[in-house]
Ligand binder design. Sequence first.
Ligand code: SAH
Ligand code: SF4
Length: 399
Amino acid sequence: MARNSDHLVRLDAANPTEGSLGSLFGLNAAELGRRVEAVGEPAWRGRQVADGLYSQWVTELWEISTLPKTLRERLRAQGWRVGRPRIAQVFRSGDGTERYLVECLREDGGAGTAETVETVWMPEGDEGEAGDEADADGTAETGAGTGRRWERATVCVSSQIGCAVNCQFCLTARLGLQRNLTAGEIAGQVVTVFARQGVDVGRDRVNLVFMGMGEPFLNFGPFMKAVRLLVEEVGLSPRRMTVSTSGIVPGIERFALEPKEVRPKLAISLNAPNDAIRGEVMPVNRKWPIDAVIEAVRRVPLRPRERITFEYVLLGGITDGPEHAREVARLVRRSGLPAKVNLIAWNPGPGIDCQTPAPEAVEAFRCVLLDAGVPAYVRKPRGRDIYAACGQLKRTVED
Ligand code: SAH
Ligand code: SF4
């Protein structure tokens, strides 16, 4: 029986970004088994711990009633805890959107330091989303009292604190990259929000979009590990998940190799009709230009009826003209990919020198795409009043 702690050393060394030492949340069943073994219990009990973390959504070890008391105590004595990120603050919008500051506790030896990332809950009732929802207590981490007025919902998940990509129109870029999130911190955002909203996995229609703070493909390992936990342990379908990338070609190539059972749908932030403009607004384009991105996307084996989404942020006066729309239509058609375009009117942020396009320009843009046979949708800004809309995520407690 393995009693030593070699496993711990080896696992932590293999996963240096698993920053919250002592957190069980974020480990898969096999890894949990090794933790359990290291405190002298059979490895199969790792499955019970996994069920507690990912199906029962416990926040304390003592809540896992299937585990012998002695094991719970021994794990705790060795410094293990659930360690799921918790909601530190809630901002609630008139349209029902909630933006959360989610606290990720990082323990670099000594005292833990709290850092927050942003997660957004967007209920989309089939009708009647008017802002008349009973104002629930803003901080309780339970669905009780939130009134379940939604038919379906979307959770927008962060993958990094800040972002290194430096897109000129994006508020998150202003933070720079503070750090990568661990798999537990990424998957934990989802479970924590599900617990608050009382989501019934398997019954409720909830989509995940990895479109919060950060560039998922620059934190690839922890991002995919989180997806695997959400699929294999929490029970979500990867077809209800979309990951968005600014076009990190090596990341797209790795993504293409993931089995379809755990591969989310893919969205590419195109945001400009050609390399010249894209290079200006997204400096990452100088490293990986549009053709290189499309070439990489072609390697992703799509499921039947699956389409690639091209996201296109309309910057007033820069990328929102009919000539731009025609160029985008040509580009998408030339790619030969089954694709659709999601148009997003630029959301303002302090200190960012861009213009929100006129609503008529957005509609005209869409019509040009449709006329050219390219499916196009306009994404409704959600939670703009609480800074929860696309590109508005920045740690805004006081600032
Ligand atoms: N980093 C990834 C995912 C997060 S950003 C990416 O860039 O794809 C999610 C989406 O928000 C991207 O399509 C991005 O282009 C868009 N976005 C960024 N800033 C925005 C803003 N101010 N207004 C509207 N959309 C914005
Ligand atoms: Fe990063 Fe995406 Fe913002 Fe660009 S748009 S800076 S990739 S979060």
